[in-house]
Design a protein around this ligand. Structure first.
Ligand SMILES: NC(=O)c1ccc[n+]([C@@H]2O[C@H](COP(=O)([O-])OP(=O)(O)OC[C@H]3O[C@@H](n4cnc5c(N)ncnc54)[C@H](O)[C@@H]3O)[C@@H](O)[C@H]2O)c1
Length: 354
């Protein structure tokens, strides 16, 4: 079964395989030798998979503690971070013990940040259970919580020791969450893999497991290559923010009622449209992007106006001085980063949303 090696400040492997959760305990031993393992999850995910994961860990003799949090973006907060850190301290975790993030991007980002800060850093393993977390959030080492002013405003770069994606977990995923993952896969295809985009465009009635494996391998390769070149997000890695400047603003303005994936889809389409209109793209990208978004039933209508969104986006941490970085498609399979003056952002958003 396919493995992907990720080369960052730490080298690690992503294993993608149906049923691999049964081997969690055995695979932890390949990268660490802990006495204690703290499994962090949310109520939805723990109901489905915590028992299986715990059993596998206990089989290897680990002392397992399980911490279950509420589901949803609201959990990526200072109070949840505090809860994990106090829990670890109470149970006397040491630097050789380990955290396991079992869940979607919310649990992964939060648990990763707790791992980065507890005792100034302990190892952690990502076990993504959403398509979005498998293709994006679980690799690359960005960990974070949200602040009132915006998404991911406090966090750390902290790479996991291993990423295990049990492909069977997508069989439980509600349709809307599956679409959120497709959105990030479209993103990776547009900025870096024309063949993956072609697959998304042409595949008809695929078997869900085969489709997921194909998309995960393709999208993760795009991200892996960018992380290897620019782990700290100062250059090429910013390409992964395609659709995210507007997307994060939409999430914030909607009070997180619009999911990350749908917000990114709206953002990608708007950026592609604006770039086409301004003559910045080499080829018309908005139409094929719209066709793929539509094919997978993602609702890319934007309920907010450009003024509101630009104001929210200007709190974004990707802003540097008087400029803000936005990502545009030059053609399908090739993205570019552009710095535009902050006062032009609203006009750019307007061009994309008209
Ligand atoms: N660190 C990064 O590089 C990075 C990249 C992209 C996104 N993110 C972050 O990821 C988050 C979004 O992640 P997400 O979409 O996975 O959201 P999520 O973690 O909130 O999961 C979505 C919902 O699905 C449920 N769920 C998870 N797995 C399930 C399964 N197998 N079956 C049934 N239900 C399941 C969860 O309980 C939750 O209700 C955002 O906070 C975003 O900022 C981070």
């Amino acid at each position: 079964m396919p493995n992907l090696d990720i080369h960052a400040s730490k080298e690690y492997t992503m294993m993608v395989e149906p049923g691999i959760m049964d081997r969690l305990g055995e695979l932890v031993l390949r990268v660490a030798n802990p006495k204690k393992v703290c499994l962090v999850s949310d109520t939805n995910v723990s109901e489905l998979f915590a028992e299986k994961a715990t059993r596998s860990l206990q089989k290897e003799g680990f002392d397992v503690n399980v911490l279950i949090l509420a589901p949803g973006e609201g959990t990526k907060s200072m109070s949840s971070l505090n809860r994990i850190l106090e829990f670890l301290a109470e149970h006397e975790y040491t630097r050789s013990d380990i955290l396991v993030a079992l869940g979607g991007g919310v649990i992964g980002d939060l648990t990763g940040f707790a791992a980065a800060t507890y005792l100034r850093g302990i190892p952690f393993i990502q076990v993504p259970t959403t398509l979005l977390a498998a293709v994006d959030a679980s690799i690359g080492g960005k960990t974070a919580i949200n602040l009132k002013a915006g998404k991911n405003l406090a966090g750390a770069f902290w790479q996991p020791s291993l990423v295990l994606f049990d492909v069977d977990t997508v069989l439980e995923l509600p349709e809307e969450q599956f679409k959120d993952g497709i959105s990030e896969i479209i993103k990776s295809a547009v900025i870096g893999d024309a063949k993956l985009f072609d697959y998304l465009q042409t595949v008809e009635n695929p078997k869900i497991i085969d489709f997921t494996m194909e998309c995960v391998m393709g999208a993760v390769k795009v991200k892996r290559d960018l992380v290897a070149k620019d782990e700290r997000d100062t250059g090429m890695r910013k390409l992964l923010n395609f659709g995210h400047t507007m997307g994060h603003a939409i999430e914030l303005v909607s009070d997180y009622k619009i999911s990350h994936g749908r917000a990114v889809a709206i953002g990608m389409l708007a950026c592609a449209k604006a770039a086409d209109k301004m003559g910045w793209s080499n080829r018309d990208c908005a139409i094929p992007i719209w066709q793929v978004i539509d094919k997978y039933g993602i609702d890319a209508k934007c309920p907010f106006d450009p003024h509101q969104l630009a104001a929210a986006a200007l709190n974004d941490k990707k802003r540097s001085g008087d400029n803000i970085s936005i990502v545009i498609p030059l053609e399908i399979g090739m993205g570019a980063i552009m710095d535009i003056p902050v006062h032009e952002l609203e006009e750019f958003f307007r061009a994309g949303l008209e």
